[in-house]
Design a protein around this ligand. Structure first.
Ligand code: HEM
Length: 221
C-alpha cells in the first residue's frame, strides 16, 4: 500500500472510494428498498395483486421490511468498522458556499468537487430523511390505536407522497448509476481510478494524496 503524492493522475492507480462495510450497507439498503417498493405497489393496487398473494401477507412483509430499514445504516455507523462511513456522513452534512452555488445553478458554476458532488450529497440526505419519515408514518399506520384520527390521516398522506418521491428518486439514481460506469464500479468493487477522481472529485483526490494513511493503493494489474 502506498500513499500518492503527485499531481498528474496515473491511469493504473486505484483509490478506495467505498470500503466493504459501506458497500454491504448500500446493497442491504437497496434490497430493503426494493422489497418495500414492490410490496408498496401491491398494497396500492391491492385488488389485482390480491389474486396472487393475500393482502395481509404483503402488508406483513412490507411492515417488517420497513421496521428493519434503518438496520444496515445503523450497523455500518457504529463500532470500529464504521470509521469510513462516519467520515462520509460528516462529508455529506458539510456544505461549502461553492457547493450551494453549484446546486442552485444546476451544476453550471465551477466546483472543486469533494468525494461526493452536491447532487450526490442531496440524494444521500433525501434517502436518510425518507427512512426516518417512512418509519415514523408507517408505524403510525400500523399502531394507529395510539394516535388521534387527524394524525393518522396526515401520516397516510405523507407516507403516500414520500412513496411517490421514492419511486422518482430511485429511478433517477438507477439511471445515473447505469450511465456512470466508474461510479457504479466503485459501489460494486470499492475503487475508482485516479484519472476519474482527478476529473470528478479533485478536492478529494488532493486530500487523499496528502493523507499519509490514505487508503490508496496501486493497481497490481
Ligand atoms: C421505501 C419506503 C416505503 C415505501 C415506498 C412505502 C410505500 C407504501 C405504500 C404505497 C403504501 C400503501 C398506502 C395506501 O394504500 O394508500 C404503504 C402502506 C404501509 N406502509 Fe409503507 N412504504 C415504505 C416504508 C415503510 C416503512 C419504513 C414502514 C414501517 C413501519 C411502512 C409501513 C407501512 C404500513 C403499516 C402500511 C399499511 C399497510 C396496510 O395497508 O395494511 N412503510 N407503504
Amino acid at each position: 500500500m502506498v500513499a500518492i503524492i503527485q499531481s498528474q493522475p496515473r491511469a493504473a492507480v486505484r483509490i478506495l472510494r467505498f470500503d466493504r462495510v459501506q458497500r454491504a450497507a448500500h446493497w442491504a439498503n437497496a434490497a430493503l428498498f426494493a422489497v418495500l417498493m414492490a410490496t408498496a405497489i401491491a398494497l396500492y393496487f391491492g385488488s389485482f395483486f390480491g389474486i396472487v398473494i393475500q393482502r395481509h401477507t404483503i402488508a406483513e412483509i412490507h411492515l417488517w421490511t420497513g421496521v428493519s430499514l434503518p438496520a444496515p445504516i445503523i450497523v455500518s455507523l457504529i463500532g470500529p468498522w464504521g470509521s469510513q462511513m462516519r467520515r462520509d456522513v460528516r462529508r455529506i452534512s458539510y456544505w461549502t458556499r461553492d457547493e450551494i452555488r453549484w446546486i442552485k445553478s444546476l451544476g453550471k458554476t465551477p466546483l472543486v468537487a469533494d468525494k461526493f458532488n452536491p447532487g450526490q450529497k442531496l440524494n444521500a440526505i433525501f434517502i436518510g430523511a425518507t427512512i426516518l419519515v417512512m418509519l415514523a408514518t408507517g408505524s403510525m399506520l400500523q399502531w394507529f390505536r395510539f394516535f388521534p384520527v387527524p394524525w393518522r390521516t396526515g401520516a397516510t398522506f405523507v407516507h403516500d407522497v414520500f412513496a411517490f418521491a421514492v419511486f422518482v428518486a430511485v429511478f433517477g439514481h438507477t439511471v445515473m448509476a447505469l450511465t456512470h460506469r466508474d461510479s457504479l464500479r466503485s459501489i460494486l468493487k470499492g475503487w475508482v481510478g485516479e484519472g476519474w477522481a482527478a476529473v470528478h472529485a479533485s478536492g478529494w483526490l488532493k486530500e487523499q494524496q496528502l493523507t499519509e494513511d490514505s487508503a490508496t493503493f496501486e493497481s497490481r494489474e
